[in-house]
Design a protein around this ligand. Sequence first.
Ligand code: BES
Ligand code: ZN
Length: 624
Amino acid sequence: MNIKNTVLVVIVAIFMISCAATKKTVKKEGMKVLKYVEEPHSHAQPNEVVITHLNLDIDVNFDEEVISGTATYDITNNNEATEIILDAKNLVIEKVQADGKDTKFSLGAYDESLGQALTIEITKDTKKITVFYQTTDKTEAVQWLTPQQTQDKTQPFLFTQGQAILTRTWIPIQDSPQIRITYNATVRVPKELMAVMSAENPKEKSVNGEYHFKMAQKIPPYLMALAVGDIAYKAVSDRTGIYAENSMVDAVQEEFSEMENMMVAAENLYGKYVWDQFDVIVLPPSFPFGGMENPRLTFATPTLIAGDKSLTSVIAHELAHSWSGNLVTNATWDDFWLNEGFTVYFENRIMEALYGKERADMLGLIARQDLDEEVKGFKDAPENTHLKLNLKGRNPDEGMTSIAYDKGFMFLKTLENVAGRENFDVFLKNYFQTNAFSTITTEKFVKYLNENLLEKHSLSFNTDEWIYSPGVPSNAYDIKSDKFEKVKKTIKSILKTNKVDASVAKDWTTQEWVYFIRNFPEDITPAQMTVIDNAFDLTNSTNSHKAMVWYEQAITHNYKGNNVDVKIEEFLIRVGRRWYVSTLYTAFAKAGKTEEGLAIYKKARANYHSITMNTVDATLGYKK
Ligand code: BES
Ligand code: ZN
């Protein structure tokens, strides 16, 4: 080839390459092709077409135990796509319309945890789709309760639980935390009942049982929530309040009277509360969580109502999610620690602001102890102790362990210590502001951390070891508590003398009680436990957390005094809070008493929400 030809070939080649490159960038920028990262727990393809707003119109039929109606979505077509994919699980899809006209749809293969892809035909100009659907008796998000399962025993009750991937079982939706939608809803319920949602809520019953809701801020689908029951509202301040069954409203209002103070503390730390109202609904005892951060309306277990405000750190936790989780959301469930680790840290700071450093350190040390136990439990599967998980092909529920919560917390606590609290608070406040109403992957967080904290203050930190390696790095901040040192001494002296000076525990917080009970030596005897129970009446404690850890010890060490067995059975039948009941059934299994656990479980199971059932089925090897 002569020079001239070579030059020509090179010029042509450069021209072709640059054309190709231009085309690619146009596609990328003009059509936002890569806005969403790959998501192992949703069938949706939001880079193609994404939902932006939901208009929900449903009837709640307690006689049939069915929710039915329509979900209408505004959609944005990013790629001239001719189909949109939603997630649906155990729903009956009756028909689908595109801009008001019937259109074709199909349901894909059923996956045990993901459900089905609902593929709907659209054109590149379709603006709205409407799905006509009904729930079924396999709908996992919803628990239908008989009057007997409520506090007041006169009316039925219903609540939903969306996180992590259950919203698709009561609404066909693009069920990935990367999606954000606003919503309106019309909900018709029996006129004796009130409906409330994760939205602007009524404060009184309507005359005809029809309710209208509006959520004006964009939220991820796992935060869609509905509760229906014979409930009433009481304000705590002009922007906080509680819903509960009639016989409980006063007690709940009193228990949660610190809500406004918590809000003020939270706002002083990390910026304005953007959801306007912060209410809590106390649900019947089968609710599977301590709390669930549904925006504007946290769902909570009645086991928090101890009569002395001693379990309100859960409310601080759910409030903290208004920033970490609801405002800045984990992009996928592999990044779950970004929701929960930040929230435990933030919860700890709210508790410190309200009740002082000693209290916060105790909470922190309990988290540390839980973390060490969880790490031990995963000694044969250490990859489960990484902060960043890989849950592809698994149910995301499996990643929802103490690692995300307590290792996430320890990571941030350690960073705070290295950077100094002042710098760290500036960093966190900016983090929430910069990423508000969007999602974040672990990788994006690491980049943000490097640029805005570590490089800025010339700090070196073993971030990768914390996030991508098992166990707890050796630089973990060493939380200390004098109060807990005293508790340890108390245990020693009781066991040595067989006598209890009950006055030492006069002012103990729940944290001290829990630390006391959980740190009995492995060889404690039933006789020693009798001495302790006679002094403190732990078997009959009305503080659910204290009672639960005491029952755990009773099971583990074969303590039978004060009819504790009867109490344990009664507790397991009444309460469905997963953390509590799974701790107790695990204690049965570990103590070689699986049969005993199973005998109780057979009586209790029907009262549990599907989330708790799934966990305990696995713990006890229960077969339906
Ligand atoms: N968002 C969680 C509950 C959750 C986690 C639901 C994973 C579904 C999947 C909530 O904020 C939470 O963490 N609740 C805790 C209380 C908290 C103080 C640790 C609970 O329920 O115990
Ligand atoms: Zn949480």
